[in-house]
Design a protein around this ligand. Structure first.
Ligand code: ATP
Ligand code: MG
Ligand code: FE
Length: 349
């Protein structure tokens, strides 16, 4: 079975194609990558310092049909056996473009359409590189989300353990990078600057780690404000802003809280696999600290390669393959986008 995945929830227009091979007997099936086309409008948002929804929607509109064409050529197919599409969560106008395209092609090619949850895609994509997914905890960190999830089976509804009560982790990276004049998207620049700094130079607050705080929720607005205050004080006092030390100390605080809670969730639930996903997991300190803490706790860490951690169509095609193989029914062509889609609902709509 060949599945095309369509993703347009934020600023990446992604069309991916995978092939699903059923396992022998009750054995797990296998997914193989056939095509991975991504067009990003990230550069168009740079001068605004953040993703502008209207610009993202317009860029999707221009990119989607060519991306579908390129993906089919790369995979060497005329049409897939099924189309999986992200219906949420994400930007309303952006989602509409991918869903409208997926519906149009589903109708024109007479192939079934399956509505997918974007967050499930970030977890499922890891099976491409690392094989069948056991029960796991997933930590998703990107510009738009920060979630701690409990996944029993990729074809079943996912349980959300916790999420951010304010900024997403990647968003905090971008905002702090802007405070430090490091450009947009700031995450990678901040990571680079941090490499020259001392992660223990400044003790920035670790949000929601107190005894009365929710065990698995996150908060990053406090650490962001603390950085802003620190920079203001330097400027007021007329001293140079220690950019590298601030970047390293901020990065350490964020990585500390994310990995602390992720490993805690694994230990609490008795789950021995942690999966990372989302663009901000490209961060060197989030990766190394997750690796250290997982090793110490006897947890297997699975991290997709960076290209598959950021938004793409392959992750939706892969989730689609798992969900279809799990026996899901196709979605009607009337299926609606849902910008606030909860991860807790079934992948089926
Ligand atoms: P969504 O939230 O819908 O998944 P997005 O476009 O916000 O989409 P991604 O494209 O997955 O997120 O990732 C981009 C985010 O990851 C940005 O916030 C960026 O700053 C952050 N990021 C990328 N590389 C790094 C890094 N090395 N360190 C920290 N943050 C990073
Ligand atoms: Mg993006
Ligand atoms: Fe995403």
């Amino acid at each position: 079975m060949i599945v095309m995945g369509v993703e347009s929830s934020c600023d990446e227009t992604g069309v991916g194609i995978v092939e699903w091979t059923p396992g022998e007997g009750d054995g797990p099936g296998e997914v193989t990558l056939l095509a991975d086309e991504v067009a990003s409008s990230v550069d168009e948002h740079a001068r605004f310092g953040g993703v502008v929804p209207e610009i993202a929607s317009r860029a999707h509109l221009e990119a989607i049909v060519p991306a579908m064409q390129r993906a089919r050529e790369a995979a060497g197919i005329d049409k897939p056996d099924a189309i999986a599409v992200t219906i949420g969560p994400g930007l309303a106008g952006a989602l509409l473009v991918g869903v409208a395209a997926a519906k149009a092609y589903s109708l024109a090619w007479d192939v079934p359409l399956y509505a997918m949850n974007h967050l499930g895609g970030h977890v499922a994509v890891d099976t491409l590189e690392h094989g069948p997914m056991p029960e796991c905890v997933a930590l998703l960190v990107s510009g738009g989300h920060t979630h701690l999830l409990h996944v029993t089976d990729l074809a079943d509804p996912i349980v959300e353990l916790g999420t951010t009560v304010d900024d997403a982790a990647g968003e905090a990276f971008d905002k702090v990078a802007r405070l430090l004049d490091l450009g947009f998207p700031g995450g990678p620049e901040l990571d680079k600057a941090a490499a020259q700094g001392d992660p223990h130079a400044i003790e920035f607050p670790r949000g929601m780690t107190g005894p009365r705080d929710a065990r698995y929720d996150f908060s990053f607005s406090g650490v962001k404000t603390a950085v802003a205050r620190y920079v203001e004080k330097c400027r007021r006092d007329g001293v140079d802003v220690p950019v590298a030390d601030i970047a390293a100390s901020f990065q350490e605080a964020v990585a500390d809280v994310l990995t602390l809670k992720a490993v805690r969730a694994c230990t609490d639930l008795g789950v021995d696999t942690l999966v990372l996903g989302g663009g901000a997991t490209a961060n060197s300190r989030i990766r190394s600290l997750a690796q250290e803490r997982c090793a110490a706790a006897g947890i297997t860490l699975r991290v997709p390669k960076p290209r598959l951690c950021t938004d793409n169509g392959v992750m939706i095609a892969t989730l689609g393959a798992h969900v279809i193989a799990g026996g899901a029914q196709p979605s009607p062509l009337t299926v609606a986008t849902d910008p606030g889609l909860s991860v807790q609902v079934s992948q089926e709509r």
